[in-house]
Design a protein around this ligand. Sequence first.
Ligand SMILES: CC(C)(COP(=O)(O)OP(=O)(O)OC[C@H]1O[C@@H](n2cnc3c(N)ncnc32)[C@H](O)[C@@H]1OP(=O)(O)O)[C@@H](O)C(=O)NCCC(=O)NCCS
Length: 144
Amino acid sequence: MEVLRIKAIDTHHIRHRILRPHGTVEDCIFKGDTDELTFHLGAFVDRKLVSVASFYFERNDIFPDPYQFRLRGMATLPEYQGQGLSSALLRTAFPVIKQNQCTLLWCNAREAAMGFYHKVGFKSHGDVFSIPQIGPHYLMSIQI
Ligand SMILES: CC(C)(COP(=O)(O)OP(=O)(O)OC[C@H]1O[C@@H](n2cnc3c(N)ncnc32)[C@H](O)[C@@H]1OP(=O)(O)O)[C@@H](O)C(=O)NCCC(=O)NCCS
């Protein structure tokens, strides 16, 4: 397995299949995808891209940290889940986030994925909230 930086467009196939199966490809283009500080990571197995995650320089006012990154679009193809790929993407991202003087990574986590986020050290904040067409979410964060 290899973790590499990828382009926003490289994430679209997995985002579409795993995160927005009922949406269009346009729904897989996220605000800030091509911003200067945004970076996208992919895990490759036998040269095939099987897991993606994207990181945006975006502050959430709920947290006091002046400089923060936001995690979005984290997904692993079903046949590769549970093999440590998303954890590997996060481990690769943490030092990059730190290099950018940021101390916190946050995300709106799907309720079904909370077990994953807890395992890798995220904490949840506040009550469940709903994102239309996607479902229940929790705000989660990890100190970097
Ligand atoms: C959530 C997801 C990204 C995790 O990816 P992954 O590559 O399978 O994650 P890892 O293999 O690195 O998992 C790390 C640990 O979390 C556990 N884990 C993974 N998904 C979990 C879940 N949904 N609930 C509870 N535990 C989970 C793994 O079993 C593993 O445990 P271990 O360390 O004891 O072996 C993946 O399951 C997925 O794509 N889900 C569908 C899309 C989704 O919900 N994305 C998140 C959007 S907020």
